[in-house]
Design a protein around this ligand. Structure first.
Ligand SMILES: *[C@@H]1O[C@H](CO)[C@@H](O)[C@H](O)[C@H]1NC(C)=O
Ligand SMILES: *[C@@H]1O[C@H](CO)[C@@H](O)[C@H](O)[C@H]1NC(C)=O
Ligand SMILES: *[C@@H]1O[C@H](CO)[C@@H](O)[C@H](O)[C@H]1NC(C)=O
Ligand SMILES: *[C@@H]1O[C@H](CO)[C@@H](O)[C@H](O)[C@H]1NC(C)=O
Ligand SMILES: *[C@@H]1O[C@H](CO)[C@@H](O)[C@H](O)[C@H]1NC(C)=O
Length: 369
């Protein structure tokens, strides 16, 4: 009896020690925080009920889980889903998911991506509701408060420092802002100065601005390992092809995407070299995606110009509705709707980013930051 009691109190001391260490070191999982637009949205806009950019109707989501709409703007997985899966990271739930709580955040992270979201606050204002990148980072600050209150500042810092950060947006800043004559940005900038403006919004180390530059803001909040997904050939999405008389890709639009990517890659390099402990990487799949569009048959695809889910000659922004017709074989189409690639095309993009950045599977709690 005596011996047992002794053992029990020993056990209690061990427990205190373990929790003491856990509190300082944080034995939490490595998770992802995802910032982006409709290419990465996993349900936020579903809860923004006034938003005009929502994947709330069939046949969105037809090839994932139950096959019902889940907020993703594609038939299956997003690029971030696929990369996370392959690295062994949990899929972060949407920030607005009502079941999101501190325990879920600590085990799975958060996805703030929102259809229509841009680098600039003013992008996509005609969608009425969407989270811009700035807004997404603001929401992330709220998440940090919540976690600090739950596990303490030191453990929270450790948790956020070793998390993985994905930033994936930019196309809306062109398609739903700069290209639209009603937007002031389309009049106030030219191709070069607009890209400068986007980069300044992300970095602007030297210029005095009212808002902190977005990448620096993320770094100051603990983001150390960040991957930015570059743009694809925007001029080849069905919506842009539809606007050319011949149905071919808009070369000037593709050029803008390439220039944006070049500027982004330089910016991320600079930040990696200048910010303490930062590994900021540019994930590039432009050429692979262009090659898929140019030679779909090589990759087992059959169509790289029309959406799989279509209303025929009517071309609204989001073509996929219960009234739309589906292509016969979804795995043979590069595009799901006017904007967004299919699950199958996303897999090719994801594999390319993994290969280019030599990404390796992440081991859970035992990994040091
Ligand atoms: C963007 O919007 C936020 C509010 O969400 C505001 O605080 C910030 O100053 C804005 N940035 C710019 C450059 O206008
Ligand atoms: C963790 O991030 C904080 C900013 O939130 C920073 O002050 C601290 O130095 C970082 N620690 C490491 C080990 O990177
Ligand atoms: C960088 O990492 C070191 C070692 O982990 C840490 O002590 C330091 O606080 C970090 N600095 C910043 C600014 O993150
Ligand atoms: C592409 O799809 C069409 C219509 O479904 C079919 O007739 C054609 O044979 C397919 N081509 C290839 C190369 O698979
Ligand atoms: C890390 O994970 C990989 C793949 O899951 C596994 O092969 C490797 O043995 C793990 N390493 C450690 C140190 O746990």
């Amino acid at each position: 009896m005596e011996g047992r009691k002794f053992n029990l109190s020993n056990f209690a001391i061990v427990l205190v020690l373990v929790f003491g260490v856990a509190n300082r070191q944080c034995s939490c999982a490595v998770v992802q925080f995802i910032f982006g637009d409709s290419l990465s949205d996993v349900g936020n806009n579903e809860y923004l009920t006034k938003s005009l950019a929502r994947a709330a109707l069939p046949w969105y989501g037809i090839d994932l889980g139950s096959g019902m709409p889940n907020g993703r703007f594609t038939n299956g997985r997003t690029v971030a889903d696929i990369i996370g899966d392959k690295l062994g990271l949990p899929r972060p739930p949407a920030f607005l998911d009502p079941s999101l709580d501190e325990d879920t955040i600590l085990t799975s992270g958060v996805n703030y991506a929102s259809g229509g979201g841009g680098i600039l606050n003013e992008t996509s204002s005609h969608f009425i509701q969407r989270f811009s990148l700035y807004k997404q980072i603001e929401l992330f600050q709220g998440t940090q408060e919540l976690i600090r209150r739950k596990i303490g500042t030191e453990a929270a810092d450790h948790f956020f420092n070793r998390s993985r950060y994905v930033v994936a947006l930019g196309s809306n800043d062109f398609i739903n802002n700069y290209f639209i004559p009603l937007y002031a940005d389309s009049r106030n900038y030219n191709d070069n100065t607009f890209i400068d403006y986007l980069m300044t919004t992300l970095e602007a180390q030297l210029k005095a601005t009212t808002t902190p530059p977005l990448y620096l803001l993320l770094h100051s909040l603990g983001a150390r390992q960040l991957t930015f997904f570059g743009l694809g050939p925007m001029g080849c999405i069905p919506l842009q092809r539809f606007m050319t008389s011949t149905g071919s890709c808009q070369e000037s639009t593709n050029k803008l995407a390439q220039n944006f990517n070049k500027a982004s890659a330089n910016l991320l390099d600079d930040l990696s070299n200048s910010l303490p402990n930062a590994t900021f990487k540019f994930g590039d799949a432009y050429d692979a995606f262009q090659s898929l569009i140019d030679r779909p048959y090589l990759y087992g695809f059959n169509n790289s110009h029309a959406p799989c889910c279509t209303l025929g000659r009517i071309r609204p922004t989001l073509t996929c509705t219960p009234l739309s017709t589906l292509c016969r074989d979804r795995s043979e189409y590069v595009f799901w709707d006017e904007y967004h690639p299919t699950d199958q095309a996303n897999e090719i993009i994801a594999n390319e980013i993994i290969k280019k950045l030599d990404m390796k599977p992440i081991n859970d709690t035992t990994t040091s930051p």
